[in-house]
Design a protein around this ligand. Structure first.
Ligand code: COA
Ligand code: MG
Length: 273
């Protein structure tokens, strides 16, 4: 089984009228409508790139035309491809990136989740106050790991790393953050490093190691960590491949007619708050 790991930089993308119109024509009407409701361009762009990543992956792995692919959501909102559940994928978009992890030839019970996170804190409050509010989402052992660093910046990076690990797991299982996050305790051993893919992090729940879950952690750049979670073995782990925006459009035929009004509304929005 081959796992695909793709990343695309959403941050610098300033879509032209033609590009946004094209992108909107490639996705399902309900997704187009959902993306049209975002108040800020930044959120619309990253969600759109997530959809295009999914569609590029499904076209590649199923051989179907984009216009024939119907992506659905399960009861928790996780996107799935019901026509062939052996093709699995998950996307995440945060900070400047949108990422996809995907695999085909999966068996029933296989699960896969991914989460990207910018290593920053923009909450405004003092970091210790933020950590205090987040106390219940991390186990005492995780707080020890996070706070072992004397410097706040490193504490924040370890915090983000643990958050991303938790998200990748709850996205693999599909529950989202409805579960008790404190009960998911990650023991990190290796430090994240630009040249490394870290695979020795272990998840415990209620004090028991969940050895059937594997985590691949890496840095997409100096400011973004990504965690991929799966419950199946693979022959090799690889870094995320960086795709360009134009790579995403390649090979996708439209499923909607072009809608200039939709694009004009998008172009009138502010980039971010
Ligand atoms: N399981 C797996 N994947 C899901 C999902 C689920 N239940 N529900 C949605 N997704 C997919 C979708 O493709 C979604 O993208 P879309 O909304 O554009 O379709 C994508 O995951 C979103 O993932 P990500 O970009 O990593 O967002 P997130 O980390 O904010 O949210 C959730 C992931 C929705 C599964 C959930 O865990 C959540 O609500 N998180 C809140 C995040 C938060 O509070 N962060 C605070 C950080 S300190
Ligand atoms: Mg996330």
């Amino acid at each position: 089984m081959k796992v695909f790991r793709w990343a695309v930089r959403a941050g610098p993308w300033q879509p032209t009228e033609a590009e946004w119109t094209k992108a909107a024509s490639l996705i399902q009407p309900e997704e187009k409508e959902r993306i049209g409701k975002f108040v800020f361009k930044k959120d619309a762009k990253s969600s759109m790139l997530g959809r295009l990543l999914i569609r590029k992956f499904l076209v590649q792995e199923t051989g179907c035309l984009n216009s024939d692919l119907l992506v659905d959501r399960d009861k928790h909102g996780k996107p799935v491809y019901p026509a062939d559940l052996s093709v699995m994928f998950n996307v995440s978009h945060q900070g400047d990136f949108a990422v996809l992890a995907g695999a085909s030839g999966c068996l029933p019970g296989h699960q896969l989740g991914v989460d990207v996170m910018k290593l920053e804190y923009t909450g405004g409050r003092d970091l210790n106050e933020f950590f205090r509010i987040m106390t219940r989402n991390f186990s005492p052992k995780e707080w020890t790991l996070i706070k072992r660093f004397p410097n706040e910046n490193k504490q924040l990076k370890e915090f983000c790393r643990h958050w991303s690990l938790k998200e990748s797991y709850v996205k693999a299982t599909g529950t989202g953050i409805t579960v008790n996050l404190q009960n998911l305790s990650f023991h990190t051993i290796s430090t994240l490093d630009p040249d490394l893919i870290v695979t020795d992090t272990v998840l415990s729940s209620s004090g028991e190691k969940l050895t059937e879950w594997y985590f691949e952690e890496s840095l997409l750049d100096a400011e973004h960590c990504v965690s991929l979670c799966r419950n199946f073995n693979v022959a090799s782990v690889e870094k995320f491949e960086h795709l360009s925006i134009s790579d995403l459009f390649l090979g996708l035929d439209p499923m909607n007619s072009e809608d200039t009004d939709y694009t004009l509304e998008f172009l009138s929005k502010d980039e971010r708050p």
